[in-house]
Write a protein that binds this ligand. Structure first.
Ligand code: ZN
Length: 306
C-alpha cells in the first residue's frame, strides 16, 4: 500500500455538502461541511465546492498536485457516467447540470460521480462493515430508504447504468400509496417519513415519538413499529433470496438508533429459509455513519486512479 495516495471526497445531500481530504484506506485527514442551498444556483455551488476542496487540501497539509482526483457521491438519481444530476425535488436549481466538467477544468484532475447510496456502500467496503465481504448488500433507512449491492468489487447497475432502488420493492401490496407509483413499498412503511406519516394519523408528531411511545406501551405506536420491522424483514428476505449476499449492512438514522429492534426480526425470519445458505451470511450495522459517503466518494478515485 502506498501511503501517499490522496483524494478528495464530496458527499452532496439535500441540506448539507461534506467535503474531505481522504488518504489511503479511507482515513479522513480534514473535512468541512457547507449548506447545500441548491436553489441559489449551480455556478455558485461549484464555486463554493471548489473553495471547500482547496480548504481541505490545505487543512490536510497537502498540495493540490498531490491529489489523485475528486470523487462525488450525490443524492440521486444521477447519471454516473455522464456526470449529470437528475434530482429536481432534493436539489432544485441543479437539475440536468453536469458536475464533472467544471471541476475537471478547474482542478485538472479526474473527477467521478456516483449515487450517494452506492458511495456509502463503497465507503463501508473500503473502511467499514463491508471489508473483505462479497457480495455485500447495504440498505439505508433514513428520511427515505435506499440501497446498493457490490458484487466482485463492482456496483450493481441496471439499464443505462441506472441505480437499483430497493426502497421501492413492494412488501405489502395492500399498503399505503408511495410517491413512486407503487403501493406498500419498503420506503413507505419503514422510512422516517413513512413512520412519521403513520404516527401523525395516530396523533403522534413524528417518527421519534412513534418509537418512544411504542417503548412506553402505546399499542397504536407499537403497531406502526411492528409494521415497519415486519416490512424491513420481508424486504431483507426477498433481497437475500435474490442476491444471496455474504453480508447485509443496515445504515441510516433509523438503524443508527434502532438496529437492535430491526435486525433480530430479520435474522429470526432468515433462519427459517431453506433455499439460501445459513452459514456465512450475516446482518450487521453500518460502521462509518455519516462518513461512509465521503469515504466512498474518495474511494472512487483511490480505487480507479493509479
Ligand atoms: Zn415506492
Amino acid at each position: 500500500m502506498n501511503a501517499a495516495r490522496k483524494a478528495v471526497g464530496i458527499d452532496i445531500g439535500g441540506t448539507k455538502i461534506a467535503v474531505a481530504a481522504v488518504g489511503e484506506g479511507g482515513a479522513i485527514q480534514h473535512s468541512v461541511t457547507l449548506a447545500t442551498e441548491s436553489a441559489t444556483g449551480f455556478p455558485r455551488a461549484i464555486e463554493r465546492m471548489s473553495q471547500a476542496i482547496e480548504a481541505v487540501i490545505a487543512g490536510a497539509g497537502w498540495q493540490r498536485a498531490e491529489i489523485l482526483g475528486i470523487g462525488i457521491g450525490c443524492t440521486g438519481p444521477v447519471d454516473a457516467f455522464g456526470g449529470v444530476i437528475h434530482n429536481p425535488y432534493t436539489l432544485p436549481g441543479w437539475d440536468g447540470c453536469d458536475i464533472l466538467s467544471p471541476l475537471r477544468k478547474r482542478f485538472d484532475k479526474p473527477v467521478f460521480l456516483e449515487n450517494d447510496a452506492d458511495a456509502a456502500l463503497l465507503g463501508e467496503c473500503l473502511a467499514g462493515a463491508g471489508r473483505g465481504k462479497n457480495p455485500v448488500l447495504m440498505l439505508t433507512f433514513g428520511t427515505g430508504v435506499g440501497g446498493a449491492l457490490l458484487l466482485d468489487g463492482r456496483i450493481q447497475r441496471g439499464l443505462n447504468g441506472d441505480h437499483p432502488e430497493p426502497g421501492h420493492i413492494i412488501v405489502a401490496s395492500d399498503g399505503p400509496e408511495c410517491c413512486c407509483g407503487g403501493r406498500g413499498c419498503l420506503e413507505v412503511l419503514t422510512s422516517g417519513r413513512g413512520i412519521a406519516a403513520a404516527g401523525r394519523a395516530a396523533g403522534l408528531p413524528d417518527a421519534r415519538a412513534v418509537f418512544d411511545q411504542a417503548r412506553a406501551g402505546n399499542a397504536e405506536a407499537q403497531a406502526i413499529v411492528d409494521r415497519a420491522t415486519n416490512a424491513a424483514a420481508v424486504a431483507v428476505w426477498n433481497l437475500c433470496h435474490t442476491f444471496v449476499p455474504q453480508r447485509v449492512i443496515l445504515g441510516g438514522g433509523i438503524m443508527d438508533e434502532h438496529f437492535a429492534l430491526f435486525a433480530p426480526v430479520m435474522i429470526q425470519r432468515l433462519r427459517k429459509a431453506t433455499e439460501i445458505p445459513q452459514r456465512g451470511m450475516d446482518i450487521v450495522q453500518a460502521a462509518l455513519g455519516n462518513n461512509a459517503g465521503i469515504v466512498g466518494a474518495a474511494s472512487l478515485v483511490l480505487t480507479r486512479v493509479s
